[in-house]
Design a protein around this ligand. Structure first.
Ligand code: APR
Length: 249
């Protein structure tokens, strides 16, 4: 039986579904992934643009890197994968999206419960006092703004390498992953922890794991079913099959 049909049957038996996503789900929206050919980490060294030390050393370089990512994310549109994931909420009212992405495309596609493990391009926070605020200004000002409370430099509201993930978000992600009957793992290489560990949590608690990725990820060993396809093709097909299966009941 072909993988999409097997995945639809597994999902049809699920009640609590978690969708765990990485940069691959936004690839068909034109946003670069990190580790693939032409990925973000090819053009930039992580230690120069995505660590607290980098921001301390050269705030302008880091700021410009995120200004470019924010402008690209603003121009990007949710693709059929984001839209299919949002539509799944109609079949699974408790569905939660746990994303490593910071582009906000799940929310723009209509997903209502999104846990952003690595923060968001659409938040800024003060490197000195930690005051956080939503900010959707594009383009970003040339220079990092000053915090309105303490005058410290504001920085992009994303989690950098070497920084802890937001505690409450990670705890909620662990909770929903431990209660999942099925977890869709879409567009992630599965090499960055603790995010990748959530798939192990789901599998350990008995969830069916369905991986959607043209290449097997480092999490493939946990997959009940692997759909070797692009998310923009596989997710709409999976949703359509699921509706067929549900309708056939
Ligand atoms: N559909 C589905 N998957 C795709 C597609 C697509 N159209 N295109 C690429 N992929 C897959 C790749 O095969 C790869 O496995 O998406 C994955 C992207 O992997 P990464 O670039 O490593 O992105 P991600 O897993 O999200 O990285 C995790 O690392 O750099 C940090 O904070 C950053 O959140 C990021 C984290």
């Amino acid at each position: 039986m072909e993988p999409v049909m097997r995945a639809a049957l597994l999902l049809s038996r699920a009640k609590n579904v978690v969708v765990f996503t990485g940069a691959g789900v936004s690839a068909e929206s034109g946003l670069a992934t990190f580790r693939g050919a032409g990925g973000l980490w090819e053009g930039h060294r992580v230690e120069d643009v995505a660590t607290p030390e980098a921001f301390g050393r050269d705030p302008l370089l880091v700021w410009r890197f995120y200004a470019m990512r924010r402008e690209n994310a603003k121009k990007a549109q949710p693709n059929p994968a984001h839209k299919a994931i949002a539509k799944l909420e109609e079949l699974f009212p408790s569905l939660v999206v746990v994303t490593q992405n910071v582009d906000g495309l799940h929310q723009r596609a209509g997903s209502t419960r999104v846990l952003e493990l690595h923060g968001s391009l659409w938040r800024l926070f003060c490197a000195k006092c930690g005051r956080t605020r939503e900010d959707h200004q594009v383009p970003l000002p040339q220079l990092p703004p000053r915090c309105g409370v303490c005058g410290g430099l504001e920085r992009p509201g994303v989690v950098w390498f070497g920084e802890p993930l937001p505690e409450a978000v990670l705890a909620e992600a662990e909770r929903v992953s431990s209660q999942a009957d099925a977890m869709l793992v879409v567009g992630t290489s599965g090499v960055v922890w603790p995010a990748a560990g959530l798939v192990e949590v789901a599998a350990a608690w008995g969830a069916a794991v369905i991986e959607v990725n043209p290449e097997p990820s480092a999490l493939a060993y946990l997959a009940t079913v692997q759909i070797p396809a692009k998310a923009g093709e596989a997710l709409p097909a999976l949703t359509a099959r699921l509706l067929e299966v549900q309708g056939a009941r």
